[in-house]
Design a protein around this ligand. Structure first.
Ligand SMILES: [Cu+2]
Length: 136
């Protein structure tokens, strides 16, 4: 009788031990998953930048499409020998201002405060077109 009781005690001790081991594994597994998942949202919210640089070269804006966050500064630099400008399709003071003429090496920076799609062209060469997409 005593032997039977001590046997069952040993068995429940072993069961408790393995139960604890399994629980620890599950908990550590969950912790590891959480650590692996946490960088993902950061990456998915990262594409829109707080600044962008656009080069004007060979009568083209490069890149001709940039996506930035609201409040971002976009800077255009003229690397052509010809003068160019940034002329907003819909020019609203303070929302998207005309750069005026940029000579060789000249640059123009503008802060886009409001989300939206801002199309522009070159004031001298209307076929030169570009777009700034501002996301909230
Ligand atoms: Cu131009």
């Amino acid at each position: 009788m005593i032997g039977v009781i001590s046997m069952s005690n040993t068995n429940s001790c072993r069961m408790f031990f393995w139960f604890t081991v399994v629980m620890l594994l599950l908990v550590s597994g969950c912790t590891t998953q959480t650590q692996q998942q946490s960088p993902a949202p950061t990456t998915s919210t990262a594409p829109a930048s707080t600044s962008a640089n656009i080069t004007i070269k060979d009568f083209a804006f490069s890149p001709d499409l940039v996506t930035v966050k609201a409040g971002a500064t976009v800077t255009w630099t003229n690397e052509d020998s010809a003068p160019h400008s940034i002329k907003p399709e819909s020019e609203v003071s303070g929302v998207f201002d005309n750069s005026g003429t940029l000579g060789t090496g000249g640059s123009y920076s503008f802060v886009f405060a409001n989300p939206g799609t801002y199309e522009y062209s070159c004031g001298t060469h209307p076929t030169m077109k570009g777009k700034v997409v501002v996301v909230g």
